[in-house]
Design a protein. Structure first.
Lengths: 683, 173
C-alpha cells in the first residue's frame, strides 16, 4: 500500500470545499442576508487558500486570496452579496477548480479577468448596505381564525404552507378550543396554530400571508429573543405569557418534568406545552444545523470494489460449504458451516451498505446546472428536490450523473416554454423542474418532471417516419411512440441550440441506464409537461434469489420479485395452450411455460410448479419443473455476446461450480402480459 | 498486440508469429498466442436459451462467468459431443471496447509454435471453404497448411450479425 500523496489529499479536500462553496453561493442567491451561508462560503475560501499554500499550490492560494478578501467584506456587511457578485464568485470557483485539478491547463488571463470583474463589482457595491440583520430571525406566530373561516373559502392549511415557504417553520396546533363531540360544529374551524418561524424576511412578509383574512382573525407575531436551545421549557412558557413565572417556580420545586407538572397543575393546557416544546426543538435545530462530518474515512472506490468482489467470492465459497455440510453427518461441520453462513451474510450486508450513498450529493450538483441553464436560456426555473436521502449503490450514482444532466437540460431547453410561450399558455413565468428519488421494492425510481409544453406526438411521429424508424401511418402505442426519442440521432428540436437538440444523448442515456440493468419510463401530457422516470436496481452486486430448475438448466429469480409459489394442477396443465392464466384468489394471472420459452428437449417433471412474480403492478406466473430454494446470488454480468438475450439479466455461480442464469423479471412480465393481450384479442 | 488492421498485409512486419495450434473437424488451425490465457478441460456448460447457436454456452473459469464459443458452428461444421481430447482455450480479446474473456472449444490442442515470415502466405482468394474475413493468414508447415484465425474479426462479426441490434454496431464503429 503506498502512502497517500499530500497533494492528492489536498485536491480531494478542496473538491469538498468547492462543493460547499458552490452550494452556499447558490443558496445565498435566494437568501442574501443569511449570515451562516456567508460564513460557510468564507470559511471554504479561507481553508482552500490556507492549505493551498501549505501544499505548494501557490497559484490557487494567490487567486483565492482575492476572492476571500471580497467575501470578508461581505461578511463584515460592507457589501451586499448581490446576483452579480454571486455570479462572478461562481466563475471564480470554477477557475479555482481548474487551478487545483489541472494547474498546467489553467488560463491565467481568464483568472485575471475574473479578478478584475470582481474588483469592479466590489467598488460598485461598496456603498454600505441597509442595516439588515445578518442571519434569519425567529418569530412566534399565533394564529386564530374566526370560526366561519372555511365558509368564506379560506383554507388554513394553504396559508400555513405559504408560511412554511418563508423559512424553516415548526407548526404546533392548539386544540384547546375544540368543543366536545356533542356540541361540535364540523364546518367550523376550532383549531388555532402556533408557528415557530425562522426567516430572513421581515415580519410584514408574515402578515402579507394573511392579507385576505387579516381583519377577521387574530394574528400575533413576536420575535423570539433571548431563548437559546438551552432555555428551560418553563422559561419559554412564562415568556410567552402562557403561565406566570410563579407557577413555573412552584412547579420546579417538585422535581418532575416541568411541562407535565404544569399541565397537571392546570396552569397550562397540554397543547400549549407541546407548542412550547416544539419551539424548544425548533431552536435546538437552529443551534446545531448539521452533524459533524469528521467521523468518516475516505476510501478509494477501487478498494471498495475489490472488497465487494472478495465478499462475492466468499459467498460462493460459503454456498459450496453449505452444500457439503448438508450431506455431511458430522455435527461439528454443520454447526461451523451455519456460523460461517451467518457471518458471511452479515459481512455481505455491511459491505453493501458501505457502497450505498444518499443520492442527495448527486442532486446537489444539478442546482448549478439549472442555475446556469436558466441564465443562458433566459428562462426562470425553480428546481425542487425530493427524496435526497434515498440510498443507491455508489457505482450506480456515479454513472447517473451524465444521463441526469442530459435529461435536466432537455427538460429546461425543450420542455419548458420560453417566457413568452409560458405567458401565452397562461402559466406562471417561473418554470418548475422536480427531481425526485424513492425506493419501490427492489428498485429505485428517479424522476425528472417539468411543467412545460409536453412532448409533441405529431412531431415525434413525423420525425420517426422521416428517419424510417416507423412505417407511414403505422399503428403504434403511445408508449412506443414516445420511446422513439431514444433512437440514435433522433431529435425533434426545430432549432439546434448549443445545449441540446443534436440528437446525441437520448440514446446514450438509454444505453447507460440499460447498462445499469435499469429502464426508462416516459409520461407526457401536452401542455402540462413531461416526466421521465429512471428505474434502477437497488444493487449491482449480490441479491437474494430463488433457485429453480427448468429442464436441465438452473435459473435464479430475484427473491424480491417473487410473490408466491403454487402447483400447476393437472387439469390446469391439460387445458393450457389456448388460455394460459391462473386464478390466484380471484386475480387472473397469465403464465409462461419457461420450458417452451427455453425450448427444453428433456421430458417435463410430472408436477409443474408456478412461481408468481411481479414487476410494478403486473404479475405473471412462471412455470418451472422444480423450485430448489433460496440462493445467495452474486451477480455476474453477461458479456456483449449475450447482451441481446433480453430474458436474462445476468449469471451467477452455484455452490457446485456450475453457472446459473438470472432471469430478467420486468422483461418476462412484459412478455407475458403482451402475449396474454394478444391471445385475448385473438380469442 | 495488433488485433485490428487490414486482413492481408498485417503479418508482413518481419517478426515471427507465435501461435497455438489446434484441431477442428480434422483441419489444422491456429490462434495468435498473445490472445490465449489458459487451456482447460471441459467442465459443465450452461446453455443460454435463445442465444446465437455458436455462443450458446456459459462456463465457470476461476469464478468468472465466461461465454463458450463453438467455432465449428461458425465454420459450418457439424456439432459433435466432447471427446477425451476436447479442450477449452480461454482467450481475451477486445470486444466493442470491452476486454472480454471467451472460451473456445477445440477438438484437440497441440502446441505453441512459431511461424516465421517466410512461411506466411496471403490468404488465397479462392479455394478456401471458410470466409476470408475470419482468417488472419495462412502458414506453411511442411506440406501442410496452418490457418491462422482472426478471432477478433470472428467475434466482432458475431456482434454485428445479431438481429436488429443497433447498439453494438455503434460501439464497433
Amino acid at each position: 500500500m503506498k502512502a497517500a500523496d499530500p497533494k492528492e489529499i489536498f485536491q480531494q479536500e478542496a473538491q469538498d470545499l468547492l462543493v460547499q462553496l458552490e452550494q452556499a453561493l447558490l443558496d445565498l442567491e435566494h437568501a442574501p442576508a443569511d449570515g451562516a451561508l456567508i460564513d460557510t462560503a468564507f470559511r471554504a475560501l479561507h481553508t482552500i487558500k490556507g492549505s493551498g499554500s501549505m501544499f505548494g499550490f501557490e497559484a490557487v492560494a494567490a487567486f483565492t486570496h482575492h476572492v476571500e478578501t471580497a467575501f470578508d467584506k461581505v461578511r463584515q456587511g460592507a457589501i451586499a452579496p448581490n446576483r452579480e457578485l454571486i455570479m462572478i464568485t461562481l466563475h471564480a470557483r470554477d477557475h479555482m477548480r481548474q487551478l487545483i485539478e489541472n494547474p498546467e491547463a489553467a488560463d491565467s488571463s481568464a483568472g485575471q479577468a475574473i479578478l478584475a470583474e470582481l474588483q469592479r463589482i466590489m467598488e460598485a457595491g461598496a456603498a454600505p448596505v441597509a442595516a439588515t440583520p445578518a442571519g434569519p430571525a425567529s418569530y412566534r406566530v399565533r394564529i386564530a381564525f374566526p370560526r366561519d373561516v372555511m365558509a368564506t373559502g379560506t383554507n388554513p392549511l394553504l396559508l400555513l404552507d405559504e408560511l412554511r415557504g418563508l423559512g424553516r417553520a415548526t407548526v404546533a396546533a392548539l386544540t384547546d378550543d375544540v368543543p366536545t363531540l356533542d356540541v361540535i360544529d364540523p364546518t367550523a374551524c376550532h383549531v388555532g396554530w402556533e408557528v415557530m418561524l425562522s426567516t430572513a424576511q421581515p415580519p410584514t412578509a408574515i402578515e402579507d400571508v394573511f392579507l385576505f383574512v387579516r381583519d377577521e382573525m387574530t394574528l400575533e407575531i413576536e420575535p423570539i429573543r433571548d431563548t437559546t436551545p438551552e432555555t428551560p421549557l418553563g422559561e419559554i412558557l412564562s415568556q410567552r405569557g402562557d403561565v406566570t413565572s410563579q407557577a413555573v417556580e412552584a412547579a420546579l420545586h417538585e422535581q418532575k418534568r416541568v411541562g407535565e407538572l404544569l399541565v397537571e397543575a392546570g396552569a397550562v393546557s397540554p397543547d400549549k406545552v407541546n407548542a412550547a416544546l416544539a419551539e424548544q426543538q425548533h431552536l435546538r435545530r437552529d443551534g446545531a444545523p448539521k452533524p459533524s462530518a469528521n467521523s468518516s474515512v475516505r476510501v478509494p472506490a477501487e478498494r471498495l470494489g475489490e472488497l465487494m468482489d472478495q465478499v462475492g467470492e466468499l459467498v460462493i465459497a460459503q454456498s459450496r460449504l453449505r452444500q457439503i455440510a448438508t450431506v455431511s453427518a458430522d455435527q461439528q461441520v454443520k454447526s461451523v458451516a451455519e456460523e460461517i453462513e451467518r457471518l458471511v451474510l452479515e459481512l455481505r450486508d455491511t459491505t453493501m451498505s458501505i457502497r450505498m450513498v444518499p443520492i442527495g450529493a448527486l442532486f446537489g450538483r444539478f442546482r448549478r446546472v439549472v442555475h446556469d441553464l436558466s441564465r443562458d436560456l433566459g428562462k426562470e426555473v425553480a428546481l425542487t428536490m425530493e427524496g435526497e436521502e434515498t440510498e443507491l449503490d455508489k457505482t450506480v450514482i456515479e454513472q447517473l450523473n451524465d444521463p441526469l444532466v442530459h435529461l435536466i437540460r432537455n427538460a429546461i431547453d425543450h420542455g419548458l416554454e420560453d417566457p413568452a410561450g409560458r405567458a401565452a399558455a397562461g402559466k406562471p413565468q417561473l418554470g418548475h423542474i422536480k427531481l425526485a428519488a424513492r425506493h419501490a421494492g427492489m428498485e429505485v425510481l428517479i424522476s425528472i418532471q417539468d411543467d412545460g409544453r409536453g412532448m409533441n406526438r405529431e412531431r415525434i411521429r413525423a420525425r420517426a417516419e422521416e428517419r424510417g424508424l416507423l412505417a407511414k401511418g403505422a399503428a403504434v402505442s403511445d408508449g412506443e411512440l414516445l420511446q422513439m426519442i431514444f433512437q440514435p440521432g433522433f431529435s425533434t428540436a426545430a432549432q439546434v441550440t448549443s445545449l441540446s437538440g443534436r440528437g446525441v444523448g437520448m440514446d446514450v442515456v438509454k444505453r447507460t441506464i440499460e447498462g445499469l440493468r435499469g429502464a426508462i419510463d416516459l409520461q407526457s401530457t401536452p401542455g402540462h409537461g413531461s416526466e421521465v422516470t429512471l428505474r434502477l436496481p437497488l444493487t449491482l452486486a449480490i441479491i437474494d434469489g430463488l433457485l429453480v430448475r427448468v429442464g436441465n438448466g438452473r435459473y435464479v429469480l430475484p427473491l424480491g420479485a417473487v410473490e408466491e409459489c403454487v402447483e400447476l394442477s393437472a387439469q390446469e396443465d391439460a387445458r393450457s395452450r389456448g388460455r394460459s392464466f391462473l386464478n390466484i384468489r380471484g386475480d387472473l394471472v397469465p403464465y409462461l411455460r419457461l420450458r417452451e420459452l427455453f425450448a427444453c428437449q428433456t421430458p417435463a417433471d410430472p408436477y409443474q410448479k408456478v412461481v408468481i412474480v411481479s414487476s410494478g403492478d403486473l404479475k405473471v406466473g412462471l412455470v418451472v419443473d422444480q423450485v430448489i430454494g433460496d440462493h445467495q446470488t452474486v451477480i455476474k454480468s453477461l458479456s456483449k455476446l449475450h447482451a441481446d438475450v433480453e430474458m436474462l439479466s445476468g449469471a451467477t455461480i452455484l455452490g457446485d461450480g456450475a453457472v446459473a442464469l438470472i432471469l430478467d423479471i420486468p422483461h418476462l412480465v412484459e412478455f407475458g402480459q403482451v402475449r396474454e393481450e394478444n391471445q385475448r384479442a385473438a380469442g | 498486440m495488433s488485433q485490428q488492421g487490414s486482413k492481408m498485409s498485417k503479418r508482413n512486419d518481419g517478426a515471427a508469429l507465435e501461435v497455438l495450434t489446434l484441431r477442428l473437424d480434422g483441419h489444422l488451425f491456429a490462434l495468435e498466442a498473445g490472445h490465449v490465457r489458459e487451456i482447460l478441460d471441459l467442465g459443465p456448460v450452461t446453455e443460454v436459451p435463445s442465444a446465437a447457436p455458436f455462443v450458446n454456452g456459459l462456463i465457470n473459469v476461476r469464478g468468472k462467468v465466461v461465454p463458450l464459443a463453438d467455432l465449428r458452428l461458425k465454420f459450418g461444421m457439424e456439432k459433435t459431443s466432447a471427446t477425451i481430447d476436447t479442450r477449452v482455450i480461454v482467450i481475451e480479446i477486445d470486444l466493442a471496447g470491452d476486454q472480454t474473456t471467451i472460451g473456445l472449444l477445440a477438438d484437440k490442442v497441440f502446441e505453441v509454435t512459431e511461424i516465421v515470415p517466410a512461411e506466411i502466405e496471403e490468404t488465397p482468394r479462392i479455394g478456401m471453404i471458410w470466409r476470408q474475413e475470419y482468417i488472419s493468414c495462412v502458414g506453411k508447415r511442411g506440406d501442410d497448411f496452418i490457418i491462422v484465425l482472426d478471432i477478433a474479426a470472428i467475434f466482432a462479426s458475431a456482434l454485428r450479425d445479431r438481429k436488429g441490434d443497433t447498439r453494438s454496431k455503434r460501439n464497433a464503429a
